[in-house]
Design a protein around this ligand. Structure first.
Ligand code: SF4
Ligand code: SF4
Length: 172
């Protein structure tokens, strides 16, 4: 599904409806920390890590099933994530996003957090935002924090680190 950005400037109520939509046809970048966390739950990186060449950089991307482009950890019957406790940071951020630049959406404004200027959005297509009987209230601060964590981890994710991680995992 396509992300339809709406400015996220104040806390919003949220309850995931497991509508099956957001874990299909997505390009989920993985950081080394994500790969390590998931692997330590007993999943072989060969089964969930794929590579994407972007310019002269190799990125690590979550694998999808061939038959419906659903994430390999998505349970098609319940719509739930099979690794919810360990899922990638990008999945924890969704249905929100953190940008370093404005996207040109009406009503957007910068959010200042820990000395950084960020633009935050939520996906209007996600029916869990402002859902009835919400389970949680999501704040811009918590999403900004996750966004900065993702940036830091993504920056240090490279092939050398991946090879080293595989080696460490093999040695236990
Ligand atoms: S689109 Fe929203 S409500 Fe649907 S599964 Fe994803 S996060 Fe949950
Ligand atoms: S890891 Fe879980 S939350 Fe992330 S795309 Fe896969 S099924 Fe969805």
């Amino acid at each position: 599904m396509r992300f339809k950005p709406k400015p996220f400037t104040k806390a919003v109520p949220f309850r995931c409806l497991y509508c099956l939509d957001c874990c299909r046809g997505r390009h989920v970048y993985l950081t080394l920390k994500d790969i390590e966390r998931i692997a330590k739950r007993g999943h072989d990186p060969q089964g969930f890590v794929t590579f994407s060449v972007e310019g002269n950089t190799i990125r690590f991307v979550l694998a999808v099933r061939e038959w419906d482009l659903g994430c390999v950890f998505h349970d098609p019957e319940t719509g739930k994530c099979r690794i919810h406790e360990a899922n990638p940071i990008i999945c924890r951020i969704y249905p929100f996003m953190v940008s370093r630049k404005p996207l040109g959406v009406e009503g957007e404004k910068p959010f200042h957090y820990k000395g950084q200027e960020l633009w935050l959005y939520y996906d209007e297509s996600c029916p869990g935002i402002n859902a009835e009987e919400p389970e949680v209230e999501i704040t811009p601060e918590e999403i900004a924090e996750l966004g900065l964590e993702f940036e830091r981890e993504f920056e240090r994710t490279d092939m050398d680190g991946f090879v080293k991680l595989l080696d460490e995992l093999e040695r236990g």
